[in-house]
Design a binder for this molecule. Sequence first.
Ligand code: XMP
Length: 516
Amino acid sequence: MDQILVLDFGSQTAQLIARRIRDIGVYSHIVPGNIPFDEIDLSEVRGLIFSGSPFSVYEPSAPTLDPEFLNTGLPTLGICYGLQRVTHDGGGKVEKKTTREFGRSRIHYRSTHPLFDSIPENFVSWMSHGDSLDTLAPGYTLIAESENGHPAAVGCKEKNFVGIQFHPEVTHCEFGTQILTNFALKMCGARNTWNMNTYLENETEEIRRVAGNRPVLLLISGGVDSTVVGGLLLKSLPPHQVHLMYIDTGMMRKGESAQVALTLEAFGAENLYLINASSDFLPPLKGVTDPEEKRRIIGDTFIRVQEREVNNRNIRDSLLAQGTLYTDLIESGKGVGKSAHVIKSHHNVRSPLVEEKRARGDIIEPLGKLYKDEVRRLGLTLGIDPKVVGRHPFPGPGLGVRILGEVTPEKCDILREADALFIDELRARGLYDKIWQAFCVLLPVRSVGVAGDTREYGSVVALRAIVSSDGMTADVYPFEMKDLLNISSKITNMIPSVGRVTYDISSKPPATIEWE
Ligand code: XMP
């Protein structure tokens, strides 16, 4: 498969560059910018991109570039620091200018270049740099200037290199997509065959090749990633070869287990083990109020139950499939070459089963090349219900970290009901897909209320609804007041033990998304 390789010098937008190239239909992969040239397999690479960086080339710890990357003959695009690095290393001069360029700047051409095919003069670029090019390196020529008269695009025919000082990957840059398309399709000649249909075909073949006749075990969490892997396995292998295990901790969302069963049975699952393990999880949580202690108990119990159930079914020798995503691998800086992979979900961490499988190379990670929204697209391509594919994330410890203080079966029931009502209301109001994550939290207080003529002490539920791109930062979803009022009445009317509803209006930071 044709690919464009992004060398990441620590830029905040390296992921964005890869995303934009993928959206054009060309597979793009990120590696650390300072990676030695001989660690890279270039057989499918049709072009290189050198990313930006928070560093100046003059800082002692600035990331370096193996000069061999400029001798490949492959079309190469340097963005911001990528251009400055090449200029500095090639004998040109990079300098801090008095007029730093941040934000919009119009671009004026000084010569023509295929990178700017079909893009009019004077387009608005997006700049974000302290250093600028003062003197071009020998053999490099000026293609365009910014409105401040600084070099904005520079090329070198001999090296097949073009560098730009602005960021075509950000949405504020006019014609950014056109610039990246010109690079990937015209200059690199890469075929735009990256889509979920071809991914599905390739991955199906790969799963068949790796699995052979061996059984494959997948631990399902109820979330999107493991559900999509389940669908993929059942599409690729005879159903008797696929073993799907779902452990219900007693702290799952309402209807979660039934939904998992329904989705995977529709794919012909034969060995679907739905394990109701609430009696393993809830008793040890009795009287425990410390959040970290709760997490530890849930994690340890998960491992114990998982070991027991796998051993009971004689499927210990299976291959293990996991829903690890591209970002899980890449963000650890370990997505390259032979380095170890990170393990994603909390209950797999330290799990002897996973460690053992990894040590033997008995792991299949069929989503390892995909971003989250690509997984969602793959799920839809597979024919999984859009409602399942679009589900909000859910933490591994489940409702356990949304019941503040002691977790009891009764509190789980109250929270499950409140949460389901909240989510149903969001769906009914067409808001669910506009929100990144929404849920209810059960507070560790009772509050007074009136019901008829009597005063009652009821539970208090907090609503949380946030928008985010990756969960690292989050803004509060700005509900219309009438929506909040209606949702609040619905919850207090339908669940008599809840006497009060509040809305959490804290962004992240300083708050986290979950309350514990
Ligand atoms: P926070 O609360 O850290 O949450 O802002 C960020 C995202 O991570 C999820 N989350 C977890 N997921 N195990 C998980 O698998 C956990 O212990 C855990 N804690 C938080 C949270 O739901 C949000 O999407």
